[in-house]
Design a protein around this ligand. Structure first.
Ligand code: HEM
Length: 513
């Protein structure tokens, strides 16, 4: 009996301490002098997001933070479960956090459910310091050289082959004339096949077969990222971060991830055996380049090898980061071109002048096409596919633009809020590629679809090359249009860190004569 009383008393003591700590944590925002929506001690402000979406519809989810900023200021505080985030659209704030004071903000913000195998050592997730003797900087220094323009040129041939297969498939689908289709689905198949081949040497063929293991499981993975889809495990990991990593194996995410991980393991094992062969030299993939960089570092800097788990985590990062993002950008672009026929025809003229109808698309020329570059930039400004990933965890107490930021707090620069701010982009909601003829617009910090500073998107060159090659191939062969009645706004939604079309992108595709 005495033992029971003692245990119960200890339990009550620990529980009280835990509750007090939690209450103190939820008062942090007030202590820092920041404003934000009233907080629930259970879920923080998660309930506000769900209530907002319920009231206004999921298509308004990208406007949640904009409305919060209008109410509480351009730099404000919110709690996602216990995750305390200072969110700002102020460019001085963004510059300090992402660039000048990067040493104080090396880690990315993410729910703890992703701090687990197979993601934890991948670039998307890895922290500045790990307990394994390496951290973000080590992995980034191995991965960055994989994406230099020399290496990109080598990969361009593989991209061209996939783009050709994509155009042939659209040809087949439009052989009876103008055809109504979900172009998002088509672009997803293209970008998945491309990343699978270019990154892992895997010949998946979802352009023709949507039952491909990569295609079905990657699609399911992105669906499940939303709070509303993984509605137990993801919110629980926000509310009780300590249990997040243990929830992952139980989550639906793990179910769809398992076959992908198996495929990636096979691809890594195969590629390891090919190192040094003529075939590997001629057609390098990202795994090979990663393994080579790792070897070089071991030889020249006497560093220990990264190990198979780290290589696997990074391949997982390439797969997730490299397919959904680019397909979403391509879908937005074709929808905007279909809506703005004049822009489409002007782009077509530039393309035909530079690349005749059957000429292979030259990498250098594609990168130099001026109007195409404006269309690319304006698409990503108006519809940035990744919106809430430009977020960091503070690793040392510091002060940013006069605001005290304690170690452990998160800071975020929500991309759509910056891109849609009239102060930075006049007539922000208008699609106007011409604005990017101005060199100031090209250099502006307020254009941040790939993030900012040393931790910006490592795949930026790859994404640009794939996007531009695919748009040239598509626009020179097909005309895209939409019904007058569908010319309103495209329904979009926030899914975790992504902003994507709610229900596909339906438009008409017809062959040009
Ligand atoms: C249109 C396509 C893409 C968009 C809009 C995009 C956007 C982003 C954004 C916003 C970030 C966060 C940057 C930050 O925190 O400052 C990011 C990070 C990252 N992206 Fe991309 N991305 C795209 C394509 C790709 C591709 C094709 C790959 C790989 C093949 C890739 C790999 C990564 C990786 C590994 C990171 C993490 C980098 C790090 O933390 O060091 N992305 N991306």
């Amino acid at each position: 009996m005495l033992a029971f009383v003692a245990i119960f008393t200890i339990f009550l003591g620990v529980l009280s301490l835990w509750i007090l700590k939690r209450i103190k944590h939820f008062r942090l925002r007030d202590e820092l002098g920041l404003r934000g929506p009233p907080v629930s001690y259970l879920h923080g402000n998660l309930g506000d997001i769900l209530a907002y979406v319920k009231k206004n519809g999921v298509s308004r989810s990208p406007w949640f933070r904009i409305e919060m900023a209008k109410k509480y200021g351009e730099t404000m505080g919110m709690y996602f479960g216990t995750l305390f985030e200072i969110s700002s659209t102020n460019l001085d704030f963004a510059r300090e956090v992402m660039i000048t004071q990067f040493h104080n903000f090396t880690d990315r913000e993410a729910p703890t459910i992703h701090n687990a195998y197979p993601m934890e050592n991948g670039l998307l997730q890895i922290t500045g310091k790990t307990n394994k003797g390496f951290g973000w900087k080590d992995v980034r220094s191995i991965v960055s050289p994989v994406f230099t323009s020399g290496k990109m040129k080598k990969m361009h041939q593989t991209i061209l082959e996939r783009v050709d297969a994509f155009v042939d498939e659209l040809d087949r689908k439009t052989r009876n004339g103008k055809t109504h289709m979900d172009i998002y689905d088509e672009w997803q198949a293209l970008t998945l096949d491309t990343i699978a081949r270019v990154a892992f040497g895997v010949n998946c063929n979802s352009i023709q077969d949507r039952n491909d293991v990569f295609y079905t499981n990657c699609q399911a993975f992105f669906q499940l990222l939303g709070l509303d889809k993984s509605w137990i495990t993801v919110p629980l990991s926000f509310m009780f971060p300590a249990i997040g990593p243990y929830l992952r194996p139980l989550s639906d995410l793990a179910q769809v991830e398992r076959p992908l991980v198996q495929k990636l393991k096979e691809a890594i094992a195969k590629r390891k055996k090919m190192i040094g062969t003529a075939e590997a030299e001629e057609r390098p993939d990202l795994i090979q380049l990663l393994l080579e960089q790792d070897l070089e570092r071991q030889n020249t800097e006497n560093k220990p090898p990264l190990g198979d788990d780290v290589v696997l985590s990074n391949c997982h990062s390439f797969l997730l980061a490299g397919y959904e993002t680019t397909s979403t950008a391509l879908a937005y672009c074709t929808w905007l071109l279909a809506k703005h026929g004049d822009v489409q025809e002007r782009l077509y003229d530039e393309i035909i002048e530079t690349f005749s109808n059957d000429q292979p698309i030259d990498y250098e020329k594609a990168m130099k096409s001026e109007y195409l570059d404006c269309v690319y930039r304006e698409t990503l400004r108006l519809y940035p596919p990744v919106v809430h990933f430009t977020a960091r965890q503070c690793v040392n107490d510091t002060i940013v633009t006069g605001i005290r930021i304690p170690k452990g707090a998160y800071v975020s620069v929500p991309v759509q809020c910056v891109h849609w701010k009239e102060e930075y982009w006049p007539n922000a909601m208008q699609f106007d590629p011409d604005r990017f003829f101005s060199p100031e617009a090209k250099k502006s910090l307020a254009w941040m679809p790939f993030g900012v500073g040393p931790r910006h998107c490592v795949g930026i060159r790859f994404a640009e090359m794939e996007f531009k090659t695919a748009i040239i191939a598509a626009v020179r062969r097909f005309r895209f249009s939409i019904d007058e009645k569908e010319k309103g706004d495209l329904p979009i939604r926030i899914n975790a860190v992504l902003m994507r079309p709610t229900d596909g992108v339906k438009l008409f595709v017809e062959k040009r004569q």
